[in-house]
Design a protein around this ligand. Structure first.
Ligand code: AP5
Length: 223
């Protein structure tokens, strides 16, 4: 099984991806996280990606596809995996199909009013050690500026600044939204309402996933 979380920057893909990964035992693969790790390590790929990411532009399809190909070939992805932030272009969606076309897949868009996104992104802080996602407006931390899970320091992503956020939204509308039509045409597209609290949204996703993951017998019994 492959779960693809789809939606604009700040819609909650990373947050919900972590919860789904823990609840269903699928590794979460975030291309944003993989790229940020490469930037931190200052690998040749990371150096190439850094400038584009800080400007809110997409990294080239070739680079991202290669990263995903390598990651999904790991043994922990054999049973299934969850993708967050990939595919982001129709070319990437086709590339994924070529890499691993046999898995049953479900693409879930987290739908959210565009005017709610900027505030979420501006309030986001991430743990510099374990990558846990927080929001200054939502989370009461045990210790200010520190991750509740590992004690790492919380930082603001360099692309979570107003001008870069605007650019990321523009890039999403122009280059990524069309991926939705690709998956609608494959009849694997679903959507959930992304408004409300984190647990509320997760509840909606869980209902959908439980139904999708159930075998045909269980699905018939539910009908
Ligand atoms: P990436 O890291 O994928 O960023 P993104 O898609 O812009 O998405 P975000 O991580 O900003 O948001 P999210 O939806 O995960 O929201 P989150 O859960 O964190 O990509 C970064 C860059 O890498 C790209 O710009 C590009 O340069 C490059 N890149 C990555 N993938 C690529 C690809 N495939 N091809 C080419 N380039 C690629 O939540 C946001 C905030 O909201 C948090 O503070 C959270 O606590 C809060 N929040 C979450 N849910 C709720 C809720 N229900 N209510 C209130 N607050 C909430």
């Amino acid at each position: 099984m492959r779960i693809i979380l789809f939606g604009p920057p700040g819609s909650g893909k990373g947050t919900q991806g972590d919860l789904i990964g823990r609840a269903y035992g699928f590794p979460k693969i975030s291309t944003g996280d993989l790229l940020r790790q490469a930037v931190r390590d200052q690998t040749p790929l990371g150096k190439k990606a850094e400038k584009l990411m800080n400007q809110g532009q997409l990294v080239s399809d070739d680079i991202v596809e290669e990263m995903v190909r390598e990651r999904i070939s790991s043994p922990d992805c054999r049973r299934g995996y969850l993708l967050d932030g990939f595919p982001r272009t129709v070319r990437q969606a086709r590339g994924l199909e070529r890499m691993d076309g046999k898995k049953k897949e479900i693409v879930i868009e987290i739908e959210i009013r565009p005017d709610a996104l900027a505030a979420r992104l501006l309030g986001r802080r991430v743990c510099s050690r374990c990558g846990a996602i927080y929001n200054l407006d939502l989370n009461r931390l045990k210790q200010e500026g520190r991750c509740d899970l590992c004690g790492g320091s919380l930082v603001q992503r360099p692309d979570d600044h107003p001008d870069v956020i605007r650019e990321r939204m523009r890039v999403y509308r122009e280059q990524t939204e069309q991926v939705r039509d690709y998956y609608i045409s494959k009849s694997v597209y679903r959507k959930v309402d992304g408004s409300g609290g984190v647990e509320e949204v997760f509840g909606r996703l869980k209902l959908l996933l439980d139904a999708e993951l159930a075998g045909p017998e269980q699905r018939k019994a539910r009908a």
